[in-house]
Design a protein around this ligand. Sequence first.
Ligand SMILES: [Zn+2]
Length: 246
Amino acid sequence: MRQRLSSEPDRYRGRRRVPTPPRSRYAVVVTSAFVGAGVVALGAASNLPDAKAVSPDVLESLKTSQVATEALNERAEDGNRASRSNDREADAELDAAALNDIYLLPLDDYEFTSAYGVRFGKLHAGIDLAAPDGTPYKAVHAGKVTKAGYNGGYGYSITVQQDDGTEVIYAHSRRLLVKAGDAVKAGQVIGEVGNTGYSYGTHLHLEVHVKGTPVDPIVFFQDQGVDIKLKIESVYAGMAAAEAAS
Ligand SMILES: [Zn+2]
């Protein structure tokens, strides 16, 4: 059961996947189950009316959510073990590792206005997410800021490089809130949506480069448990963020 449910992105990325570290497997299992089920509330099973009254679709969803629940329980057990040994450092390490693994949506709300692909005979190397001028946007994953400043058609833009070398570019900003050399965490506000550079209307243009080559961010994020079009990020990611904030 502890296997990746999605195998497709390997083809897209044309490279061998780095083995998933044990801690991030939970995120993958939970996320895949939730995207597939279309977000099922955890614990819904306990509130269910008579099973006969429930449609087969709902039952199927609950089966899927059971997978997620098990994964979460397993993680909770890990947490308990760490607490029992009264090792706060281990807890902190677990949280830090979880936060390092997760991907989050860059904006709380937005309109998906343009896909990755050829547009007007040129490659539109990213996706466009429209939001009002000045809306704060967040780093989708932990990494280090390698560029932050005005960059031609990109306007005010930020490049964040992850540990694995993958780069995420945030363009057309009104304002940048980080500088080159800064370390950022997933969910950290790094800039504000704007309309600078070669841009029509205020939006965040987001690019993902794997080994120096642009890839479709929709596919890339789906593999990380984040659905840009449906605006879904993993439940586990929310839990990790809440833990970090507590
Ligand atoms: Zn764009």
